[in-house]
Ligand binder design. Sequence first.
Ligand SMILES: C[S@@+](CC[C@H](N)C(=O)[O-])C[C@H]1O[C@@H](n2cnc3c(N)ncnc32)[C@H](O)[C@@H]1O
Length: 267
Amino acid sequence: MAPESARHTLSAVSTKALREEAARLTGQFQQARRDPELVILEGFHALKHALRFDARIDAVVSWDAEELARLSEGFAPDISEVIAARAQIVSRKVFRQLGPYEPHTGVVSIAHRSHVDPRKLLAERGGAPLILLEDPRHRGNLGAVIRVAAAARATGVLTTGIHDPWDPVAVRGSAGLHFALPVAHLERLPELDRPLLALDPDGEPIRPRMVPADALLAFGSERHGLSSSLLERADARISLPMRAGVSSLNLATSVAAVLYSLQLCGG
Ligand SMILES: C[S@@+](CC[C@H](N)C(=O)[O-])C[C@H]1O[C@@H](n2cnc3c(N)ncnc32)[C@H](O)[C@@H]1O
């Protein structure tokens, strides 16, 4: 057994190393939040999908190794070993210093965003619809659109307006499915070489074979709907029929209804 003075020296050295590691991690996360090439993944499900869809991950940090193992076994047994190997376990105090939001799953990560050229995406004609969100205001809703667009095999999601579609709140809303299809922000909608269809509660009711396979489907913002300029540019305005008295559907719900009706009943 080491003499007492040596034990004190050892514990001082390990306390110092822990403090330095905590400062390094806090700095790494602060820098990642400011870096437009990176994104913070808040929570387990965002990490799970990021890994499944081959995102480049720089850091995985958790304060609860047991909970992380339980979540991995329960929801991602296919990648549980990768998660265990990548995760760095820290104290809850250090974890709380990594950002303003503490995910209840006790894990945050740093990933590299996928590179997408919105103009190239608009020019691609892959035979599946491409989604355009005009100035979506609710970042959770934006994420929910990306999640259903990924599930229903849309070509991609483009957004205009004030929000970065890669905002961590939107990535939490998509459960990390930003990595499953191209997602990008567009300053202005350029001239198009594909049909533009406006989804609008006052449009013509949707029916089978009404929507061309690689249409650009435009959805408006939560409060104001589509702008008059986009409605004027559109080749057609189509609606999801609603019971009398209902004004509109939620944005993500309307994207889901359109994509699945196209998938199940044909364009
Ligand atoms: C919450 S709604 C906007 C409501 C807005 N007050 C309006 O009248 O358009 C958000 C977007 O979801 C789409 N949407 C909602 N309900 C729809 C419906 N019944 N048919 C087609 N699109 C719909 C539209 O693109 C709309 O701009």
